[in-house]
Design a protein around this ligand. Structure first.
Ligand code: CP
Length: 301
């Protein structure tokens, strides 16, 4: 069975295959490849886009969905373990899409499950399906995945989307990473070590910098309130970076702003009308990328 737990579970060839399939589903989203199949959507942690775009993808592919969007309505509240939940649901469904607050939970579920698991986010660890839709957004707007200069801004410590995206872009030619984060929320050392070992350039900044003019992609992130054990620490960093229209004047014409969303206030709403704002299109790309991931996982295309 083909699980997708970490973005590194796919090869570079598979990333490119997903890009091709996503483009195919964008041209024709209603291909009834999942007819007769049941997909379980188990969200132990809140979600809007990931859950609804997966459910849209499953509906467009003609499949059926079971599951829960709130673990309080499941037997988890009675003390049922993740092991037992997955073991049982894998007897009901052909595929499980799962989001869980604990790092490593998706890998564990994959060990227990007899059907493929797609990780829809495990704590601060990985969010590989977000990365594939981010890559699809990059290739659509930049025409390439090689030679991308990307600024990652905000919560680089807890933001699982930047962790997965960093690893994926590192498989392509000559990426340049610029990190803008407060002292407390820097990119974890393990990811910087990974870049150093591969000889990939990265630069760290504390403030928005003039060299943002070199960016192809500015990838904004929300400060992940739910991962802070101390609310005072969250209050200190929550408003550190706010992207405003006035800051985009000297950026490349083709630069695009991505954000996995939800946004709190890190992108001022005055940016939304700017042609460089791409985050709502990016969220739509999630439907096509997830159709592609499901088709690839179940070998339907
Ligand atoms: N981007 C993302 O994962 O959004 P949700 O938390 O709403 O699913």
């Amino acid at each position: 069975k083909k699980d997708l737990i970490s973005i590194m579970d796919y090869s570079k060839e598979e990333y490119l295959r997903i890009m091709e399939l996503a483009a195919d589903f964008e041209r024709n989203p209603n291909q009834r490849l999942l007819e007769g199949k049941v997909v379980a959507s188990l969200f132990f942690e809140p979600s809007t886009r990931t859950r609804l775009s997966f459910e849209t993808a499953i509906n467009r592919l003609g499949g059926r969905i079971i599951g829960f969007s709130d673990s309080n309505s499941s037997s988890v509240t009675k003390g049922e373990t993740l092991h037992d939940t997955i073991r049982m649901v894998s007897n009901y469904a052909d595929l499980i899409v799962m989001r869980h607050p604990l790092e490593g939970s998706a890998r564990y579920a994959a060990e227990v499950s007899s059907v493929p698991i797609i990780n829809a986010g495990d704590g601060a660890n990985q969010h590989p399906t977000q990365t594939l839709l981010d890559m699809y957004s990059i290739i659509k707007t930049q025409g390439r995945l090689d030679n991308i200069n990307i600024f990652m801004v905000g919560d680089l410590k807890y933001g699982r989307t930047v962790h997965s995206l960093l690893m994926a872009l590192s498989q392509f030619e000559n990426p340049i990473f610029n990190f803008i984060a407060p002292e407390e929320l820097q990119m974890p050392e393990e990811y910087k070590l990974y870049l150093r070992e591969k000889g990939i350039r990265y630069f760290e900044h504390r403030e928005f910098t003039d060299i943002i003019s070199e960016a192809d992609i500015v990838y904004m992130t929300r400060v992940q309130k739910e991962r802070f054990s101390d609310p005072i620490e969250y209050e200190q960093v929550k408003n550190v970076y706010i992207l405003r229209n006035s800051m985009l004047k000297n950026t490349k014409p083709n630069m695009r702003i991505l954000h996995p969303l939800p946004r709190v206030n890190e992108i001022h709403t005055d940016v939304d009308k700017n042609e460089k704002a791409y985050y709502f299109d990016q969220a739509l790309n999630g439907v096509f990328a997830r159709e592609a991931i499901i088709a690839h996982t179940l070998n339907l295309k």
